[in-house]
Design a protein around this ligand. Structure first.
Ligand code: PMP
Length: 361
């Protein structure tokens, strides 16, 4: 077990410690090549092997269907807010479901390229019902885990009219399986569950390629990126290498008699249950999200006496619990408990919270 503090950052976020050790040990000389991965040509045989292994492991972990392409891009989630409509909207209609800050931002950016209709809007603590979808929309955009608000879709919506879903799964990608049936495209930045910031992952159904608007930058045209196996321009090589090590780590993880993604998911369920039940049992803290859509990854919570916020953060830091401050738009606290956060980290947080309550409650 590590001597490092537990880091609850929302992203860039804590990475699996074995991966960090591996990266350190391979930093100056990757597999006897005499080069750091940072120093390799992206077209050389060494990096090509790294890329192919990462793609194969990710495809296996998430059971990505054969008719989907996996792209490693740059520009982050916010870049995708423009890149998706540039590629998929055909300048026509886009329906958007607003469940919090990130989906609201996506809808606003898509307006620059398409006719965007907010088909349903939640209150930041729920998933709205009664979606007013249009049959002729190019796609329906959903943020499947709202990192700031802590609202997660535990089941993907089933769109009856065959319009593809575009899911922003930045902050819960690889924390659970994805049911691909209604999905046309999934995207997310790497910096939560996958690896360092700078890599953006895109999963796109092949039949959606080839319809980019003329104004779409060539380097952001999915068809071009796919045709060049994510090497149209120089990909973020070091980030892809670290992501590949994270995929191997997930594949080998064992927990509660399970292995790989099933083990990660079970561990995430247990971590989240531990934290939410401690919050709900206390009169001192509260989480305000409807229980049916509480995020397993990002747990915003409040001290009922907000005057204690600064002491809470300072004492948590002294106790080895870092980056618990809530997003500025929400206030309070937020514990992000991504894949790489061990159960012991959440146990340490819960026991600190009880102790803090006992001293200040
Ligand atoms: N979508 C979601 C759900 C996010 O959590 C974030 C980043 N926190 C973004 C989009 C934006 O990603 P980036 O900063 O990589 O552009």
């Amino acid at each position: 077990i590590s001597s490092r503090p537990f880091n609850f950052s929302a992203g860039p976020a804590t990475l699996p410690e074995p991966v960090l050790h591996r990266v350190a040990s391979e930093m100056l000389d990757w597999h006897g090549s005499g080069m750091s991965v940072m120093e390799m040509s992206h077209r050389g045989k060494e990096f090509c092997a790294i890329l192919e292994a990462a793609l194969a492991d990710l495809r296996e972990l998430l059971a990505v269907p054969a008719n989907f392409r996996i792209l490693f891009m740059q520009g982050g989630g916010l870049g995708e807010n423009a890149i998706v409509p540039l590629n998929l909207s055909r300048g026509g209609k886009v329906d958007a479901i607003v469940t919090g800050s990130w989906s609201r931002k996506s809808a606003a950016e898509a307006r620059r390229y398409a006719d965007v209709h907010i088909a349903a809007e939640g209150n930041g603590r729920n998933i709205p019902k009664d979606w007013q979808l249009r049959d002729d929309a190019a796609y329906v955009h959903v943020c499947t885990n709202e990192t700031i608000d802590g609202v997660e879709f535990h089941d993907l919506p089933r769109i009856a009219n065959g319009v593809p879903l575009v899911i922003d799964c930045s902050s819960h990608m690889l924390s659970r399986p994805i049911v691909w049936d209604h999905v046309g495209l999934a995207f997310g930045g790497a910096q939560k569950n996958i690896g360092p910031a700078g890599v953006t992952l895109v999963f796109v159904r092949e039949d959606l390629l080839g319809h980019a608007l003329d104004i779409c930058p060539t380097a952001f045209n999915y068809e071009t990126v796919a045709a060049n196996n994510s090497m149209y321009n120089t990909p973020p090589t070091f980030g892809i290498y670290v992501a590949g090590l994270v995929f191997q780590w997930v594949k080998g993880l064992q927990y509660a008699g399970k292995r790989g993604l099933a083990a990660i998911e079970q561990r995430n369920i247990d971590k989240a249950a531990l934290l939410y039940s401690a919050l709900d049992a206390s009169g001192f803290y509260e989480n305000r999200v409807e229980p049916s859509c509480r995020s397993r990854m990002n747990v915003p919570f409040f001290l009922k006496d907000e005057k204690l916020n600064d002491s809470f953060l300072a004492e948590a830091k002294s106790a080895g619990l870092l980056q618990l401050k809530g997003h500025k738009s929400v206030g309070g606290m937020r514990a992000s408990i991504y894949n790489a956060m061990p159960l012991e980290g959440v146990q340490a947080l819960v026991s600190f919270m009880k102790d803090f309550e006992a001293r200040h409650g």
